[in-house]
Ligand binder design. Structure first.
Ligand SMILES: [Zn+2]
Length: 362
């Protein structure tokens, strides 16, 4: 246990790779050689890369790492990620995990536009599918195009850039406050504003933003994205009203810079206590009370180990629902009776002890 308010934490910033040289405003010095395609795809798949990063981190350090983080755009328009991690992880370890983390996108290849301008796939009522405008042949569906036999290589692989910023900090200090400030600084601004795209933007910045937006407009954002039709693939859930190339997804909107997902990412157990912490505390308290009162439970308390599994329809060893419910009610009322008996037997117990158990055995 960490005593007091000085709790060690780690502040981490993860960045995507470089796509070409930029000026001090983050605009490409040479837009023709800047890799807008990779920038657009990396931005769209960034959340998946972060998921993979936390998975790898937990596996590597061996504990359930808790974090609070925000996704923010850099001036160049690429997302980066700031996070506060509870506890300390050595810098070298975080660097190694970052370098080893990647996410492969097993989508059909989408490097060459197959349809554009007036030549677009159209819905065919006879086939109930999108067809080629000339041959009237149905396009491959998403499932056909992603069949493991058909897909031999990932369409894209996302990796982090070499820059990893790691800082160990004691919680409750002035320095910690400053770093928490970084985490939340831009949340009230739109992504475009946070990237510096306002009235003061230079001509080069505007051109940079235009190029990135143009690439995002032809980069599919999900298996359901109607942009797939431009690459000759019928997206999941295509309907007669689907317009080839027109996706309402946030990722394609110029002001979102490909950042469509949540901007605040928090691990499930970030708050100081998890539900199971509370549950374990309550159980421990009730057991202490029963012990002190000398109440012997009339039933065996089996602490396991157990292996839990979800029941499936057709399992033969699952008792009927009514039996399970009656059993649970019976067990609860026996627990309640034991608990009440213990409270009676220990009326000299400190009152604050007892108030802490309100509802504990309910
Ligand atoms: Zn889309």
């Amino acid at each position: 246990m960490f005593g007091g308010k000085y709790r060690p934490s780690t502040f981490l910033t993860l960045t995507l790779d470089t796509y070409g040289r930029v000026d001090k405003h983050g605009a490409a010095l040479d837009p023709d050689s800047y890799d807008y395609r990779r920038a657009a795809r990396d931005a769209i798949h960034f959340p998946k890369l972060l998921d993979r990063f936390w998975q790898n981190t937990r596996r590597c350090v061996g504990w359930d790492v808790q974090y609070f983080g925000t996704v923010e755009p850099q001036k160049r328009g690429a997302p980066h990620f700031h996070a506060a991690i509870r506890g300390t992880i050595p810098r070298s370890e975080l660097r190694a995990i970052t370098a080893a983390t990647y996410h492969q996108v097993w989508w059909p290849a989408h490097d060459e536009l197959v349809y554009s301008g007036d030549r677009l796939p159209r819905w065919d009522n006879h086939h109930r599918a999108f067809v080629d405008p000339q041959t009237r042949e149905p396009l491959p569906t998403w499932d056909e195009a992603t069949d493991p036999d058909a897909l031999t290589a990932p369409a894209h692989t996302v990796v982090f850039g070499p820059q990893v910023h790691v800082k160990g900090i004691l919680g409750g200090t002035e320095e910690a406050g400053r770093h928490i400030g970084y985490l939340t600084k831009y949340l009230t601004k739109s992504i475009g504003q946070a990237a510096g795209l306002d009235d003061t933007a230079t001509a080069r910045q505007r051109e940079h933003a235009r190029r990135l937006a143009a690439e995002l407009a032809i980069t599919p954002c999900s298996p359901r994205c109607p942009i797939w039709l431009l690459y000759g693939i019928e997206p999941k859930g295509a309907r007669p009203g689907t317009t080839p190339g027109h996706c309402k997804g946030k990722a394609h909107k110029p002001e979102h810079l490909g950042i469509a997902g949540r901007r605040v990412l928090v691990s499930r157990k970030w708050s100081n206590k998890s539900l199971s912490d509370h549950r374990a505390e309550r159980t421990a308290f009730v057991r202490q009370l029963l012990d002190r009162a000398g109440v012997q439970p009339a039933y065996a308390v089996d602490d396991g180990p157990f292996e839990w599994e979800t029941t499936k329809p057709g399992d033969t060893d699952v008792p009927p629902r009514t039996v399970l419910l009656l059993h649970a009610i019976n067990q609860r009322s026996r627990w309640r009776a034991d608990y009440d008996a213990a409270v009676l037997a220990t009326t000299d117990a400190a009152p604050d002890d007892r108030s802490a158990t309100e509802g504990a055995a309910a």
